[in-house]
Design a protein around this ligand. Structure first.
Ligand code: SF4
Ligand code: SF4
Length: 600
């Protein structure tokens, strides 16, 4: 039957059809919906699904299940693969028994990531096969096939959709029946599971041989297709770029051959050579890094083909950002020396400037503001982390001075403090990030005698990626009740000398707690706990400004940056986005902010 599915949902259905038995992951855009779709089915369909504390843990749990013969899948975004890189690189040597599929969603653009790294490069580095879907239907089919490929090679297989494939919708042919899988055979003890250097030498040889096996499987893969054409110049493409190529050649009415490679590493050499038999010039169009292009250059050199090859190295195809139809059209026109008609420049009205901002009523605003007040007059550095609270760097808060990767607020802060021991350092990170990679950094800071304040912005959810669970909450990914882990107790167990929990919206107490934390001669941890406003929005009546009392001092407007507050003709105005958090009320020197605005 056909079902309208987003690419990520289609991947989930592919796993279901393949009879997946264990699913793990860590949330990250653009991958998150793959796991949430599967988690929603897990109870009824009888498989295990868990949000793990980070990607390394997720991969290791899935690998354990695959060692015991189960089919397992791991989901993450491209930067998450860096966290999982340690087990991945050796897992390629050890191999798996049950099928193990990693879905790593890439974010070219990037829309919500700290870099644009291309997972196909990682696949090459780890010497693992990678499939590059161009549509939701193909993403589903590839996922299903990936389990079989993994089992036949005894290796993990990577599926690498990019943002558009993850989030576009299409009618997808699905078989809602879950594949009946035999009960996993269980873990068989064998020296082959223990990676001693002597084994690594043997398995590296085996892994290199497997490259040829992968190539053989991919030679006949249905995910590689040829569109015939009469010209002696053609295009090789992959992933979502394939759709743009088809649209462009139709628009430009070009009768050219196109080779679409769905198995982007390793390149199926023989079928690619067959395609190139009738061709003198080839243009390679792919999103992100020149992965296909590099393999084609090598293949052309090895097989002494006198071909002209163009792509990213000639700057015909951009190497940064997402591709789209216009970019592909410009590349195709340049390659075929076709003059594109100059588009008439339409004068569009300027768009309103909408900088990203913390939500109205966001408790993180109160936490940042309390620390800015407590550190006033000092030259404190505020290190930040990955999450919606990175927006604390926007004016007027200006409370995030660094942001590198998950968990780096504490460790970067520790390093800064080594060079400037007298300078106060405050490391901000979220509750989910604390569990992800914050804890080792905290232990390291304590063990090495750092002087640092760690602020856990505990909003009781993983907000940025869509409110997923984490170990501090009372429900897990499949909705089961679980015992929550208390961050403050964990911080004490890690050895932090001063640990306090405070509500950031209790302004005076929050500032007082921030002062105490800043004055502490060691590692202090302040857990600033208040539910994310997106979870409780609408419960509080909004506020208004009493014109009689307002001094028009501008404090509320200029210091908080709440998007519900704006400048009106007679002074500040509170709009309907107000959630009634009362932060502005607490800092107003004239008590001019009162209850009674429009209720949302
Ligand atoms: S802080 Fe209070 S007095 Fe100052 S502008 Fe805002 S509402 Fe008016
Ligand atoms: S009470 Fe003040 S700070 Fe809170 S959401 Fe409303 S306007 Fe913004």
């Amino acid at each position: 039957m056909k079902k309208l599915l987003m690419g990520n949902e289609a991947i989930a259905y592919g796993a279901l059809e393949a009879g997946v038995q264990v699913v793990t992951g860590y949330p990250g855009t653009p991958s998150s919906e793959i796991f949430t779709t599967l988690a929603g089915m897990a109870g009824e369909r009888g498989f295990h699904a868990e949000w793990s504390v980070n990607e390394k843990v997720a991969l290791e749990v899935a690998a354990g299940a695959a060692y015991a013969g189960a089919r397992a899948m791991v989901t993450m975004k491209q930067v998450g693969l860096n966290v999982a890189a340690d087990p991945l690189m050796t897992l390629a040597y050890i191999g798996v028994k049950g099928g193990l599929v990693l879905v790593v969603a890439d974010d070219p653009g990037p829309h919500s990531s700290q870099n644009e790294q291309d997972t196909r490069k990682f696949a090459q580095f780890a010497k693992l096969p990678v499939l590059d879907p161009s549509t939701p239907q193909e993403a589903k089919d590839m996922t299903r096939a990936a389990f079989d490929i993994s089992e036949s090679l005894g290796l993990p297989v990577i599926i690498r959709p990019t943002t558009r494939t993850c989030h576009v919708c299409q009618d997808v042919e699905v078989d809602e029946k879950q594949m009946e899988r035999p009960k996993p055979g269980g873990f068989q003890k064998d020296p082959g599971w223990v990676i001693f250097p002597s084994l690594a030498i043997k398995r590296h040889r085996w892994l290199n041989q497997q490259q040829d096996e992968m190539q053989k499987i991919f030679e006949n893969s249905p995910f590689n297709k040829i569109h015939p054409g009469s010209r002696r110049s053609g295009i090789v493409t992959t992933g979502v770029a394939y759709n743009y190529v088809l649209e462009v050649i139709e628009q430009m009415q070009l009768d050219i051959p196109v080779l679409k490679i769905g198995t982007s590493y390793p390149l199926p050499v023989h079928s690619t050579l067959q395609f190139l038999d009738g061709i003198d010039r080839v243009l390679v169009i792919e999103e992100q890094e020149p992965v296909l292009e590099d393999q084609l250059i090598k293949m052309i050199w090895q097989h002494r083909r006198p071909l002209v090859l163009r792509g990213k190295y000639n700057r015909l195809v951009p190497r940064e950002g997402e591709l789209d139809v216009d970019k592909v059209k410009r590349a195709v026109a340049a390659f075929f020396e076709i003059d594109l008609p100059c588009k008439e420049e339409k004068k569009l009205p300027p768009l309103p400037v909408r900088p990203p901002v913390l939500c109205a009523g966001c408790p993180h605003r109160a936490s940042f503001y309390a620390f800015k007040q407590a550190a006033r007059g000092t030259d404190a550095v505020f290190t930040g982390d990955i999450g919606c609270y990175t927006l604390g760097n926007m004016a007027p808060l200006n409370a995030v001075d660094t942001c590198l990767c998950m968990g780096a607020s504490i460790t970067l802060g520790t390093g800064l403090q080594l060079v400037e021991p007298e300078r106060r350092v405050v490391a901000f990170l979220g509750d989910s990030t604390f569990f992800h990679t914050g804890i080792p950094g905290l232990i390291n800071a304590v063990h090495n005698g750092a002087r640092l304040t760690v602020v856990v912005l505990d909003n009781r959810t993983t907000a940025m990626t869509g409110h997923q669970s984490h170990p501090g909450l009372t429900r897990n990914a499949t909705g089961q009740r679980v015992e929550p882990l208390e961050i403050a107790r964990l911080a004490e167990a890690c050895g932090a000398g001063l640990v306090q929990v405070v509500d950031p919206l209790a302004y005076d107490e929050a500032v007082q707690a921030a002062r105490e934390a800043l004055e502490f001669q060691g590692v202090s941890v302040l857990v600033m706990r208040r539910e994310c406003i997106a979870l409780v929005k609408g419960q509080n009546p909004s506020r208004r400004i009493d014109r009689e009392k307002c001094l028009d001092c501008g404090v509320c407007l200029e210091e908080l940056g709440c998007p519900a507050l704006f400048k009106g003709e007679e002074g500040p105005v509170i709009g309907t986005a107000c959630t009634g958090c009362d932060l502005c009320k607490q800092i107003c020197p004239a008590e001019a902010i009162v209850e009674g605005g429009e209720v949302q």
